[in-house]
Design a protein around this ligand. Structure first.
Ligand code: HEM
Length: 329
């Protein structure tokens, strides 16, 4: 049986709609995806044998939202379990057609400026395990198995936020954790006024945790930081520009909800500033100022926000593609 169905995103609204081959279908969906949809319990009302999504749905009515309808909770809970029940390749290659705007809107619906920093940090903690030489780690969604590690303290909150988005998106088309985190991080940056970063889709999720000890500790000096980033394939310039992510969040660099070049400006202040008597930033942030090569980039980005945005966009793109395995279909 050839089933056909691609969910469409209505332009200029959050409405998703689709129909099935027995009704008035658009596009195609593989058997695997249909199985997943079927497990989620959403079937064509016109034909009980058909496993297509048929309802118009606004993301507000999808799981996790305050408007979710009770009778659907069980279905959504089942859908949330799917990623853990099916092999990773099946999940990631399930949808032949992949609508980026569905993922983007799903992420946007759960994000706010206050939540943006945690979500952006999630990107680094998933991708930053990459080790070029060992060909291990990287942007593979393995962070879901690593939240109990000390370096990931506080990140389960951000993951739960994205879990809500994932449950909703998965009802329409399967999304890997790696793709969702990459897209959500870019959305977080844009939401706070940073650059709009296009994100390539199609990452496969790992089914196991990455090796431990790959993320840089906050006590490292500049030399050790450079080595840590070089092992992930990043130059000193890329390390400095990515560190500019600390401009948002609770580390005291300017407005916590505004993605701008305050991070670099504050690093150049003398004497070293404090915020309400508390030190600003991490030891690693200040370590950058003690290295000539890093300092040169700090000066450049402090003077030129447009250059910071452009270089951040490139480095972010490289970060979210680090060590990724891609769908071939
Ligand atoms: C240079 C090496 C890095 C180290 C040692 C480091 C470490 C840390 C630590 C310890 C925190 C504080 C967590 C907390 O408040 O509990 C933090 C916050 C954060 N990190 Fe990093 N980080 C690094 C690089 C990066 C990169 C490359 C990114 C993203 C591209 C990033 C994004 C963030 C964000 C957005 C926050 C704020 C989170 C919040 O306030 O909720 N970090 N980082």
């Amino acid at each position: 049986m050839e089933l056909t169905n691609i969910p469409h995103l209505a332009s200029s609204s959050n409405f998703f709609f689709s129909s099935c081959s027995r009704c008035s279908c658009r596009g195609r969906r593989t058997e695997k995806a249909v199985i997943a949809v079927s497990v989620a319990g959403i079937r064509c009302g016109a034909d009980s044998a058909c496993s297509e999504i048929t309802e118009q749905q606004n993301l507000d009515s999808l799981p996790g939202s305050k408007n979710s309808r009770c009778y659907r909770r069980r279905d959504f809970a089942a859908a949330a379990l799917i990623p853990f029940l099916l092999p990773r390749v099946d999940m990631a290659s399930a949808a032949e057609s992949y609508d980026a705007s569905i993922i983007q809107n799903g992420a946007r619906n759960v994000l706010s400026k206050v939540k943006a920093a945690g979500v952006l940090r999630l990107v680094f903690h998933d991708a930053g395990t990459f080790d070029v030489a060992e060909k291990s780690g990287g942007m593979n969604g393995s962070i879901i198995y690593e939240v109990d590690r000390p370096e990931n303290a506080g990140l389960s909150k951000s993951l739960k936020i994205l879990q809500k988005a994932k449950e909703g998106i998965d009802q329409i088309q399967k999304v890997s954790w790696a793709d969702l985190i990459a897209v959500a991080g870019a959305e977080a940056v844009a939401l706070c006024g940073g650059p709009e970063i296009p994100v390539r889709l199609g990452r496969l999720d790992s089914s196991i945790a990455d090796p431990v000890g790959k993320l840089p500790e906050e006590t490292l000096d500049a030399v050790a930081l450079k080595t840590s980033f070089r092992n992930k394939g990043f130059s000193t310039q890329e390390m400095v520009v990515l560190s500019g992510a600390h401009t948002i969040g609770g580390k005291g660099f300017g407005n916590p909800n505004v993605f701008d070049n305050s991070y670099f400006k504050v690093l150049l202040e003398k004497p070293r500033p404090t915020s309400s008597g508390m030190p600003i930033g991490l030891p690693t942030d200040w370590a950058l100022t003690e290295d000539d090569e890093c300092l040169r980039w700090i000066n450049i980005y402090a003077e030129d926000q447009a250059k910071f945005f452009a270089d951040f966009q490139d480095a972010y793109t490289k970060l979210v593609n680090s060590g990724a395995s891609w769908r071939t279909a």
